[in-house]
Design a protein around this ligand. Structure first.
Ligand SMILES: [Zn+2]
Ligand SMILES: [Zn+2]
Length: 647
């Protein structure tokens, strides 16, 4: 017998060779129906995997990422089988599960092309195959056998992949008529795949290399219930309406120009002002927490990046060096601000009493991304981080974490992000030489993060082995108004850069000590943050941030002068107001300005002019009645202060 331990601490005995599915069956029939994959000692495996020794087990269902992953991976094999049945001779690239669904890259050959119109046919074939309850069978094969199998089908892409694998590590999965090279895991059979939708087609270079062949990537998603698919499709429709690229254009916030270059956003006046408001808000909060603003150039000498280690890690993927007329002089666009801030720390000797030193900068950085990877403001080649580096003593780590968490709370609160979780990424203690820094420091830093998160009441998931080699970190993920998750701010401990830049401070003992460094960016980047904000709010920004806060609508030309007087009164009271004096009916003016997502509409006519009032309509809430200008201004100021947490 072997001992199987469960996440709740319970231990049960089973016969040697028991499978995860049998374990699930031994617990309940229902669980056996819902379980999709299993974790055995933290390795995700098929439900049919025989367990031969004592082990810790997790049973993954639809709610677990690992469960969905196996489900979607199996679905991608199903799609490949359908495609092969419909288009004999097709060659396959890779077909992974992704965050939402799966894709497969295929090469149909010279004279065949897929379009969206072909997708329903493939979908139908998949449904058909799924219903026949095909089992996914795993088989270990030798490298020679694997090569022979795919050579017979002239599957050049698979052959290239196998070439890079070591003999003895290769597995095939087969379902129905289809066999694929895959590590798994998969579902036991296809019958759990109840609802399928193929979502679209894109071009994708083989291995992401622009010099190689462009394959056809087919995206799809599948679910164990039709209801879940219906909900997902509804969410996608809603997401389309909230697409930040579309809203950015409509609200005139930012643009891209092919002449300037792909992935290089430009902020239009309304967008630039919005960004400035965000920056000012953050600067103000950070000032309260003892940060000091600094400024550094957009480039740095190549040697700086060699010292920091970034050159070795990112050098070949980054932009090409900038050479000057001076022989041998070489600069790089900065991919991050940290090395500059390290140099600034070294400007003068620091003592333990000076720490923490907190340098903040809205630093613009440049990173090369393949053109196919670029996406609106979320994947760009140039962006501005709301960056800061804290240099502190090891004993100050916990306090500093608490302070950064408080800053992030202030931001989320002001921007109405109510639903978020955090992830603590720790090192894998069984793999200690992968990490830089002493055990003692790691233990202290990890404890500091965990305690700070607990003290602040954060909902936290802990991932062992997910820490960077240079320190543990805490990530914030927000859920937006339609349930999508976005990764935003990160707080990262770093033992590496202080070492590489030889940073020190004089301790109370008069000895030299190394400070610890914290990198933190609550927004992540201004670009990404504004994108998330646009998609979260559907362009209806909170009042304090909204490009225009109020628009005055005269009922007819006769009241244009009074309307102008209202606008200038509001502008003088620091309220962003404008006039719509087009010669249009008032109903149309109201509709048009609601579409522009201006929070307050102020209608003025004879009554209002006489009483020196405005008739207030609030976006989404309707008529609020008439009130004197001064009262309206007070109302706005109060709402803004409340949102910015200044009251
Ligand atoms: Zn697979
Ligand atoms: Zn940094």
């Amino acid at each position: 017998m072997i001992k199987i331990s469960f996440p709740d601490g319970k231990v049960r005995e089973y016969h040697q060779g028991v499978t995860a599915l049998e374990i699930a069956q031994s617990i309940s029939h229902r669980l056996a129906e819902e379980v999709l994959a299993a974790g055995v000692n933290d390795v995700t495996v098929d439900l049919g995997f025989p367990i031969n020794e004592d082990a810790a087990i997790r049973l993954y269902k639809w709610d677990d990422a690992e469960g969905r992953h196996a489900f979607w991976h199996s679905s991608s094999h199903l799609m490949a089988e359908a495609i092969e049945a419909l288009y004999p001779g097709v060659k396959f690239g890779i077909g992974p599960a992704i965050e939402n669904g799966f894709y497969y890259d295929v090469d149909l050959g010279e004279n065949r092309k897929l379009s969206d119109a072909d997708l329903p046919k493939i979908e139908q074939k998949m449904q058909e195959l799924a219903r026949t309850k095909e089992t996914f069978t795993r088989r270990e094969v030798s490298k020679a056998e694997a090569l022979a199998f795919f050579a017979a089908k002239d599957e050049v892409y698979k052959l290239e992949l196998i070439d890079e694998l070591a003999d003895g590590t290769i597995t095939f999965y087969r379902q129905g008529q289809f066999t694929d090279l895959c590590r798994g895991p998969h579902l036991p059979d296809s019958s759990q795949v109840k609802a399928i939708k193929l979502l679209g087609i894109a071009g994708a270079y083989w291995r992401g290399d622009e010099k190689r062949k462009q394959l056809t990537r087919i995206y799809g998603i599948s679910f164990p219930k039709q209801k879940l698919l219906d909900e997902h499709l509804k969410m996608l429709e809603e997401a389309k309406l909230r697409d930040h690229r579309k809203l950015g254009r409509e609200l005139e916030l930012f643009m891209f120009s092919q002449s300037v270059g792909a992935g290089l956003p430009m902020w239009l006046p309304k967008g630039a002002q919005l960004r400035e408001r965000l920056e000012n808000f953050l600067k103000k909060v950070q000032k309260e927490y003892g940060y000091e603003q600094v400024l550094s150039p957009h480039i740095g000498q190549k040697e700086l990046w060699v010292t920091s280690g970034h050159y070795e890690k990112y050098g070949k993927d980054s932009f090409q060096p900038i050479n000057t007329p001076q022989e041998g002089e070489e600069f790089l666009l900065k991919p991050m601000n940290c090395p500059h801030h390290c140099e600034m720390y070294k400007f003068k000797p620091r003592s333990y009493r000076d720490l923490p030193v907190r340098f903040a900068e809205f630093g613009t950085v440049y990173r090369y991304e393949q053109s196919g990877e670029l996406h609106g403001l979320t994947r760009v080649r140039g962006f501005t981080q709301d960056d800061a580096h804290i240099f502190c003593r090891p004993d100050q780590l916990k306090d500093e974490f608490i302070k950064v968490i408080e800053i992030i709370f202030r931001i989320f609160n002001a921007l109405d992000f109510k639903d978020f979780i955090t992830q603590v990424s720790l090192r894998d203690p069984s793999n200690a030489d992968k990490y830089i820094g002493s055990d003692e420091n790691w233990e202290k830093a990890e404890a500091a993060i965990i305690e700070a998160a607990a003290e602040k009441g954060l909902k936290t998931i802990t991932e062992v082995g997910e820490a960077a080699f240079y320190g543990p970190k805490l990530d914030f993920m927000v859920r937006d108004a339609i349930g999508r998750k976005w990764q935003l701010g990160t707080i990262q401990v770093d033992y590496n850069l202080p070492e590489r830049f030889d940073l020190e401070y004089a301790g109370a003992d008069n000895q030299k000590h190394r400070p610890v460094m914290i990198h933190r960016a609550p927004f992540g980047s201004m670009e990404r943050f504004v994108a998330v904000l646009l998609e979260h709010t559907a362009g209806k920004f909170p009042l304090w941030l909204s490009p225009d806060q109020a628009v005055v609508l005269p009922i007819s030309e006769k009241y244009n002068n009074y309307a102008k007087k209202v606008v200038s009164y509001l502008n003088n009271s620091d309220i962003r107001a404008l006039i719509d004096d087009r010669n249009e009916k008032i109903g149309k003016k109201i509709r048009d300005n609601e579409l522009k997502r201006i929070p307050y509409l102020l209608v003025v006519g004879e009554k209002e002019e006489e009483a020196q009032t405005v008739s207030v309509r609030k976006q989404g809430e309707g008529d609020k009645g008439a009130m004197p200008m001064k009262e309206f201004a007070g109302l706005i100021q109060e709402e803004v202060n409340r949102q910015m947490d200044l009251l």
